[in-house]
Each structure stands twice: as C-alpha cells, then as structure tokens.
Design a protein around this ligand. Structure first.
Ligand SMILES: [Zn+2]
Length: 258
C-alpha cells in the first residue's frame, strides 16, 4: 500500500507534469471511475486549468482555477503515467492536457478514487496533523495519544491522530524509538513520545530521500523491522518477531523495544 513518502513522491511528479496546464478533456476508462466522473461532471472539469497539486495525509488534491478541487486517493495501488505512445495497462482515467500530452491514472486493482469538489466547498478530511509539521510538538502528540486506548502501533494508524502514517512507517518509528508496538498509547512518557515523533520523522525522511521505498510491491531499500521476521535486529541482533495487531502484521524486536 502506498504510504506517505510514496504519495508525496507521486504528488511531486504530478505537480511537475500538470501545474498551470489546462485540462482539455477528462475521460473515465473503467467502470470504477464512471460513477464519480459522470459526463456532466467531466464537462465541468474540462477547460479548467490546474493551479497547483498538494498533499494532505495520503490524499492528493488538484486545485482548479475555478476554485474546484479534484481529490485523488490511491487506496491500495496507483500511479500517474504520462507515456509517449499508447494507453498504458490498467489505465483508469485519462486527462488530455494543453501541452499535447495525455496523463493517465493507472491502478491494477481499480480501487483508486477521484472525486470532484465544487468551488468554495473543499473536501472535508478528518485528519490529524501531518507528522512532519514543525508545529506538532511531542507534548501536543502526547496529549492526543492520551485520548486513545490500545497499543501504540495500531493507534498510530488512526488518520485522525496523525495524517498519513501507515503500517510500515508506524512500526519502523517504534523500532527507532525503542518502543514496543504493544505499549499502551496513553501511557507513554513525554520522553518516549518525543523519541517516537523523532522516529516517525526520521523514517519518513528516509522514505522521501529514496523517493518512496516501495514501488509496485518492490522494495529497494531495506526496512529495520518491517517484513524481516527471523532476521537479526540491526541494534541488538535479537531475531525480529512478527505479531498481528488489529489484523495487520507488526514486526519488532522483543529485546530493545520496550
Ligand atoms: Zn533489538
């Protein structure tokens, strides 16, 4: 599943391709998109210029020059493709732009969503602060965590707590911070929350540097714990253990994560 650094990479690429471009035509290529991109809705979008592309959590926002917003979410998979030639495989939506290029949203699982939001009515996203927002302090995060029940790792996936933290980066941050994924979220000391926030920022920064470490199921840069069951912990050599929390896999070191 694309996580925050992967979505950020997609947004940067998209911004380079479409900012200040006019949408000459938009066409849903698959029934999964036909409902939200009705003919009337497409007519409303056509002719508009894309003013900017921004990200909020794992959502991508295309801001149009009439004040409308196109909200895009990759869900489990997704990619922007701008081929020189034929329509790519798994193309779900095509945007013909005024530079003569056609941009496609591709998605093998057909779960991506694009929704149009009218001028003056931007999408309301129930999201907490961005983990990389400098205004977010350890004290602020601790206050938010104290309202949560349950072990820290699944709590970190709650998008209302922090925007954009997914399964991989949540457990990587716990490893960096030396915090057990099973530690109660509401019982972490300020010092431990500070380490956790620093760990989140470090693992996300690594993800940005590597332009998103995950692409179509392939990972080039190894993670510290994710998907490493039985391999030695990079810090203390204890074999990494896998458990299931809230239905998702969690990998961690039983020795140096307390
Ligand atoms: Zn360890």
């Amino acid at each position: 599943m694309p996580e925050l650094p992967e979505v950020e990479t997609a947004v940067r690429q998209l911004r380079r391709w479409v900012r200040r471009r006019r949408i000459l035509a938009i066409e849903p290529l698959h029934r999964s998109q036909a409902r939200t991109l009705s003919p009337a809705r497409c007519r409303r979008i056509e002719g508009r210029r894309i003013v900017d592309v921004t990200r909020r959590g794992k959502h991508q926002l295309l801001h149009l020059d009439d004040g409308a917003t196109l909200l895009v979410h990759f869900r489990l998979d997704g990619e922007w493709v701008r081929p020189a030639g034929a329509e790519p495989r798994h193309a779900r939506v095509a945007f013909a732009l005024d530079d003569g290029r056609v941009l496609y949203l591709t998605d093998p699982r057909a779960l991506c969503t694009i929704t149009w939001h009218a001028p003056g009515a931007p999408p309301e996203l129930a999201l907490g602060p961005e983990p990389e927002d400098p205004a977010l302090t350890a004290a602020g995060l601790r206050e938010r965590l104290q309202r949560k029940r349950g072990p820290i790792k699944p709590v970190l996936l709650d998008q209302r707590l922090l925007a954009g933290v997914g399964n991989i980066y949540a457990q990587e941050a716990c490893w960096i911070a030396g915090i057990s994924p099973k530690a109660p979220a509401d019982g972490l000391s300020l010092a431990r929350v500070a380490r956790l926030l620093a760990g989140l920022r470090r693992t996300l920064a690594d993800g940005h540097v590597n332009a998103g470490r995950y692409h179509r199921g392939q990972r080039r840069i190894p993670f510290k714990v994710y998907d490493r069951a039985g391999e030695p912990c990079a810090r203390c050599l204890t074999p990494i253990r896998r458990i299931t929390q809230a239905g998702r896999g969690t990998w961690y070191c039983t020795r140096c994560q307390r």
